[in-house]
Design a protein around this ligand. Structure first.
Ligand SMILES: Nc1ncnc2c1ncn2[C@@H]1O[C@H](COP(=O)(O)OP(=O)(O)O)[C@@H](O)[C@H]1O
Ligand SMILES: [Mg+2]
Length: 399
């Protein structure tokens, strides 16, 4: 190892005075120019790999379900049905039949708040590596009204696909709170005079498959025009909603023969049972028949049980507890929850009817004083923080 060598880039032989920076290792040196070049090569190398990855993704229902099992607690039946629907959808897109028209089957997810509807849809999209957009049905309007018209969802999808139309056309759009645009809802918004039925009508074509022109906001790939045509026929629409009161409608239809009893059925503490759901129940709920007709797969999710909520807290990849453990570990504090504490947190979410959605809020509430004082804990020699039931019920600092 000569002195002279260390003053020159081992790759391009430039002297250190000729370049911005020369990074010297034990036997080699590299200059800033060569680092830039290597960086470019790596970036270029990465991009053509993405489409290849698409083909590698296994879209058989069993593999999809297996993937979902690692991320979504419970909802076993829902995961199975969704996996089959997703697999059929992408099979159809990837192998378009020549002399046969296979109708697109969009998916309707029915389940209480915080049961994992959005999570399911998001996880599937991530697995398939397709662009994914979540839109709130209550923000959508018919064209011509102030607000987001339905085509803005496609515009967002295109933007997420980096302006790549063919990628956007394989994407998934999740429309949340679809039950809030039922005919019966008086208005989707107090500030806008838009009927739910109008929004359903506006969605019909888009959901079934239509060519729409959308703007490509801020994307460089289409500098010549600000709008491009996107065909929605292969875009999968997943609609989700809680549909509060739907089981009563199902029940009253099923129990029509025993009029008088049906009306008195109590639903408290009973799991929502939508096994016998038929499209006409959804129509009676306030969805227009044409709209329902475009969502051929209906999947119902169950309210998560206490044990399942505890699993969401600690028994899953990237669980909340794991995340906060990490945060505290940065300060050098070991965080632990007793089983009793976890059960109490889960029970609070059941009582508040927030499902798993409330878990995060609960944890934040409980850990707030400790996060605030973390530095002081360390200074006073506290290395381990055990959250017990008492600290769940009455979050307070230990210093
Ligand atoms: N079944 C579940 N398994 C794991 N986590 C869940 C589940 N359901 C909900 N969650 C958690 O709660 C959060 C909110 O859930 P979300 O999917 O938005 O519920 P929904 O759309 O049914 O109201 C998710 O981000 C996730 O952290
Ligand atoms: Mg949701």
């Amino acid at each position: 190892m000569s002195d002279k060598k260390l003053h020159h880039c081992s790759f391009c032989r430039s002297h250190k005075d000729e370049v911005t920076k020369l990074i010297v290792g034990e036997d080699v040196a590299i200059c800033s120019n060569c680092i830039d070049l290597c960086n470019q090569l790596i970036v270029e190398d990465k991009s053509p790999k993405s489409p290849k990855k698409q083909e590698e993704i296994i879209i058989d229902p069993y593999s999809i379900k297996d993937h979902l099992d690692g991320l979504v607690i419970g909802q076993d039946d829902a995961k199975k049905v969704l996996s089959v629907a997703i697999s059929n959808h992408y099979k159809r897109i990837n192998n378009p039949p020549t002399n046969l028209e296979i109708q697109k089957g969009n998916v309707l997810l029915i389940g209480p708040t915080g049961s994992g509807k959005t999570l399911l849809a998001k996880s599937v999209a991530k697995y398939l590596d397709v662009p994914f957009v979540v839109a709130d049905a209550t923000n959508l309007t018919e064209a011509g009204y102030v607000g987001e018209d339905v085509e803005s969802m496609i515009s967002m999808l295109l933007s997420l696909a980096d302006g790549d139309v063919s990628k956007a056309e394989r994407g998934i759009v999740f429309i949340d709170e679809i039950d809030k645009i039922s005919r019966k809802s008086e208005s989707t918004s107090i500030t806008r005079d838009v009927s739910g039925e109008g929004v359903q009508q506006a969605l019909l074509k888009l959901v079934e498959g239509t060519k729409c022109r959308v703007s490509v906001a801020g994307k460089r790939k289409h500098p010549q025009g600000d709008t491009v045509e996107v065909d929605t026929k292969n875009i999968l629409f997943i609609a989700g909603g809680a549909f509060v009161g739907l089981e009563k409608i199902v029940d009253s239809r099923v129990n029509q023969s025993s009029i008088g009893f049906g009306a008195n059925v109590k639903y408290k503490n009973e799991k929502q049972n939508l096994d016998k759901l038929s499209p006409e129940d959804l129509t009676r709920f306030g969805m227009i028949p044409e709209f329902i007709g475009r969502f051929t797969t209906t999947i119902s999710l169950e309210e998560l049980s206490l044990e399942q909520l505890v699993s969401v807290l600690k028994g899953i990849k990237n669980s909340f507890i794991e995340q906060y453990k990490y945060l505290f570990s940065i300060d050098g504090i070991e965080l632990e929850f007793t089983d009793e504490a976890l059960n109490t947190i889960a029970q609070n979410c059941i009582d508040l009817k927030t499902g798993a959605r409330g878990l995060h809020t609960e944890i934040e509430r409980i850990l707030m004083p400790h996060m605030f004082h973390a530095k002081r804990y360390v200074d006073t020699g506290i290395e381990k923080l055990v959250i017990d039931k008492e600290l769940v019920n009455n979050p307070k600092s230990l210093v």
